[in-house]
Design a protein around this ligand. Sequence first.
Ligand code: ZN
Length: 382
Amino acid sequence: MAAPLRSPRSLRSRAPLSRFAAFLRATLTRAPHVAWTLAVLGLVLATAPCLRAAPSAPAVAPHGLRVEGVNYYDARAQFAKLGYRATYDSERQALTLKPRQPGPVGRELVLTGDKREATLDGMRIFLGEPALLHRGALHLAAIDYERFLLPILRPERQPARPLRTIVIDAGHGGVDTGTQNKKHSLDEKNFALDVALRLEALLAAKKFRVVQTRTDDRFIPLAQRAEIANAARADLFISVHFNAVANNPKVRGTETYVLTPQFQRSTSSLKASAEDKEKQVGNRHDVWSAVLGYHVHRQLLGELKSEDRGYKRARFAVLRLVDCPAVLVEAGYLSNDAEALLIASEAYRARIAKAVAEAVVAYDQARRGAEAGAVRLPELTR
Ligand SMILES: [Zn+2]
């Protein structure tokens, strides 16, 4: 369900301020004392909206727009800086962005007016704010650009971080069965553990240090899972789950989650809430989580050929509390009989593990690119 379009009365563009600056420059040469009075007045006017703004929300960019406390970029202008050309379908309010020189990632991004759902490389992705149509141009929330899309498209511009220790978190366990398919007597906890153990073998073979939050059928509280990861100094956290939905046995497919960025609402939230403003430990790693989630979702869909339920954002406890890039995989629906029987087969679970392991390799390549491109400070000399 799409959120209603915002009131045009609340639209505020930077254009009046730049015209004011030009007027000020002209006056300065003719009547300096008038110019100084205007300059002070201008400063007061320019600062007033900032006082109402969220304290650490990103600054408004050139060509930017601020609506109801959210900063936006003109998507066409912003992506032009990355070498993307845009085509706009006014009937569908859809802006299609394609790079002039396509690489493996970011070949096509489609934003649609008034929708949080977009597509990237043919996958469903969910933004924090709906794309906003203003004066005939689609605008993209600055946080969605800076902390989600830009890291995925240009990971080499992000500060490099290491990848040695990977913590795998098999969801549920013990008395907590997770979701179930009662008809076929299937419990999520068993399949989550099985995939986690398969993934461990694949990642260990690639020389990563792997730590599991559980290796048998036991209950572990959510906070303790994050503590295990943080104590192990995890560089990456992967939580494995299977999904279910009540009263709709037709729903099937794969969802991938990363932590919702600060100042945004989660994919399932229709309205903003006070919690959105809180910065979580996991938010320190938004940019690399964005990269990780992209590759995990892409590899899962590519390997499983499952229905695309979307690359989404949520504030699940483990994603909030781990101090490293993190992803939570909902690999399939146990409430869908056909998909439940697939999940119950060893071959399908092996493919889930393979897809996630390949996603880690793709993430590591992106990370190495950033490492190679990182600005290094010169060595200290005596
Ligand atoms: Zn679960």
